[in-house]
Design a protein around this ligand. Structure first.
Ligand SMILES: Nc1ncnc2c1ncn2[C@@H]1O[C@H](COP(=O)(O)OP(=O)(O)O)[C@@H](O)[C@H]1O
Ligand SMILES: [Mg+2]
Length: 254
């Protein structure tokens, strides 16, 4: 079992869309996938058409009231399960900062799951900040996958997340964390977008996914139907891009 955090401290870069659609595309290829929604906005949860009460969400696990498998739900899709979020999750930002509890809460939550080895991949959708939940996720994951918009300021955001990953590695809490990849999102064929991709290619060639996710209103529409883009527009460019990203992900993890 490998745990992948989809992370970028910038908001609106396609983290949730990538977490949901990559998870769905991996599940469609027969991999056993658990999506953990680590954002109190619960966008990944609602994108899959799921709604839960607070007592059945990740928050209860992080504060030590429940085990992860007690708040795990089927999504109605083969091979795809979810640990949903609820807005109460924002509470951990204040409740878990004592004694460094936030650095280990997610690690501890995952111990049983790693032992059971029921899933091939656990995908975590993380919030857009460098707060407690993001730190908890980075401390617990094996790898980080960063969705990035094809914009100039994205490069600054990228160096920030690489820096934070380095800090977490050096702190000893998660010495084996690796930055696995970068996936460019909301691509539109402009000079700027191509220039940004070129720069990432030059600086981090091993990490850049060949697959680029195009800008498509279908990706934005899908969550309002509680569907992934693979369900909402299966033959559209964005669905194909996420299917290709899943293929590439599996090639990189062989
Ligand atoms: N490939 C895409 N094409 C068009 N819109 C997209 C695409 N990916 C994401 N979006 C939209 O952009 C906004 C931010 O995406 P989201 O995945 O929620 O980012 P984050 O989780 O990083 O905040 C959402 O409204 C989403 O629907
Ligand atoms: Mg999000």
């Amino acid at each position: 079992m490998k745990v992948i955090a989809i992370a970028n401290q910038k908001g609106g870069v396609g983290k949730t869309s990538t977490a949901v659609n990559l998870a769905a595309a991996l599940a469609a290829r027969g991999k056993e996938i658990l999506l953990i929604d680590v954002d109190s906005q619960a966008n990944a949860t609602s994108a899959l058409g799921i709604a839960v009460a607070g007592e059945h969400s990740l928050y209860q696990v992080l504060i030590g009231n429940k085990r992860l498998d007690e708040v795990m739900f089927a999504t109605g899709r083969r091979h795809l399960s979810i640990v949903p979020a609820h807005m109460d999750l924002s509470g951990v930002e204040v409740e878990l900062t004592h004694d460094g509890a936030h650095t280990v809460c997610m690690q501890h939550a995952l111990v049983g799951l790693r032992e059971a080895n029921q899933f091939d991949y656990v995908i975590m959708d993380t919030p857009p900040s460098l707060g407690v939940l993001m730190t908890a996720s980075l401390c617990a994951c094996d790898e980080v996958l960063t969705p990035m918009q094809c914009e100039f300021l994205s490069l600054e955001g990228l160096s920030k997340i690489l820096y934070v990953i380095g800090q977490i590695r050096d702190s000893g809490v998660n010495p084996s964390i690796v930055h696995e990849g970068i996936i460019m999102t909301m691509y539109n064929n402009t000079n700027l977008a191509n220039m940004v991709i070129e720069q990432v290619q030059e600086n981090l060639p091993q990490q850049l996914y060949e697959t680029v996710i195009p800008r498509s209103v279908r990706v934005a529409e899908a969550p309002s139907f509680g569907k992934t883009v693979l369900e909402h527009d299966p033959d559209g460019a964005a669905a194909w891009a996420y299917k290709n990203a899943a293929k590439e992900f599996l090639r990189r993890h062989r």
